[in-house]
Design a protein. Structure first.
Ligand SMILES: Cc1cc2nc3c(=O)[nH]c(=O)nc-3n(C[C@H](O)[C@H](O)[C@H](O)COP(=O)(O)OP(=O)(O)OC[C@H]3O[C@@H](n4cnc5c(N)ncnc54)[C@H](O)[C@@H]3O)c2cc1C
Length: 285
């Protein structure tokens, strides 16, 4: 199918984007990498009357190091993040997740901002950003504001982005000394959206885990922080007993659902197995 007829604008500044959003309201939509938007338009699941192509906003692209944090412009392509030495060094969780996002052709065009704004519950980056304590920068007519990633994702495809606002950047705290990350997911085929996945970040001191943040994706409408399972590991070393305790606590944290890909029971089983895997990986270093 082809999309409904639409008008097209290619502004060259954020101010111009904001002007167009204010003028056209709900009728306008932002085009970044187009990897999610164009399929939905082609299937006529969305039919904006104006597509605002932000690919000319060069200032929104790129990764920079700013003191204790990394700043990733909204228009930075997945491939650039995947190949970035800065990301590998200072945000290894993101580097671990990147190869699981779709396929190389999609990662060549898809953007950080698009993934985050889309808020697909099975997407990898939102869960990683929550686990890392990242902040989302949103710009509107009143200027820029920052929202914690954990507050940004509100529901199924629903975020804190308001009318007339654009996501401009992501800020990620650089990994602190003694902290480690681990990532894993299960998908039917490599590159498919996950049936279940988890991002993990913790302090590991001589094999003892503290400040663990386990954040699951594809188990609910948003990234789901497994607070009880994470708390169960506080001050523990990773062994059969502590893994079993974390797996048991996980039942308080997530309520998986049935869908075409797997049952809720199987999804819970996957979540427990992934928990075991990331805890073992964290401990192994
Ligand atoms: C076959 C296939 C498999 C995929 N598998 C995965 C996967 O496993 N994991 C995964 O995470 N993703 C997957 N994706 C999605 C892919 O990662 C997309 O790149 C991503 O979802 C959207 O990024 P984009 O830049 O293409 O955004 P677009 O498609 O351009 O936009 C997506 C949405 O975000 C809005 N938007 C984009 N940028 C901004 C901004 N700066 N401010 C405000 N709103 C904005 C748009 O208006 C639109 O509503 C897959 C896609 C396909 C086609």
């Amino acid at each position: 199918m082809k999309p409904s007829a639409f008008n097209y604008a290619k502004p060259s500044s954020v101010d111009e984007v904001l002007g167009l959003l204010s003028e056209h309201g709900d009728e306008a939509t932002i085009l970044a990498g187009g990897q999610s938007l164009m399929p939905t338009m082609n299937m006529r699941l969305s039919a904006p009357s104006l597509v605002i192509d932000i690919n000319g906003l060069v200032d929104l692209s790129g990764i920079s190091s700013d003191g204790d944090s990394l700043r990733i412009g909204a228009l930075t392509r997945h491939v650039e993040i995947e190949n970035s030495p800065e990301i590998a060094k200072h945000a290894p969780l993101i580097a671990m997740a990147m190869p699981s996002i779709a396929h190389p052709a999609i990662r060549n065009r898809g953007t950080m901002g698009g993934s985050v704004a889309m808020a697909d519950p099975a997407a990898e980056l939102p869960a990683c950003l929550c686990a890392l304590g990242a902040e989302i920068e949103i710009t509107g007519s009143g200027g820029a504001r920052k929202v914690a990633a954990t507050d940004f994702f509100r529901g199924l495809y629903d975020t804190d982005l308001g009318d007339g606002e654009i996501l401009t950047a992501i800020e990620i705290p650089k990994i602190s000394a003694g902290y480690r990350s681990a990532f894993d997911e299960l998908a039917r085929r490599h590159g498919d959206y996950a049936m279940c996945g988890v991002a993990a970040h913790a302090k590991v001191d001589g094999g003892t885990i503290s400040d663990l943040r386990l954040v699951f994706f594809a188990v609910g409408g948003t990234p789901v922080a497994a607070a009880s399972a994470s708390a169960a590991m506080e001050g523990q070393s990773v062994d059969d007993n502590s893994i079993a305790a974390a797996q048991a606590a996980l039942e308080e944290d997530i309520s998986p659902f049935d869908d075409l890909h797997c049952s809720a029971t199987l999804r819970m089983h996957y979540a427990k197995e992934l928990t075991k895997h990331v805890l073992t990986t964290l401990a192994a270093g």
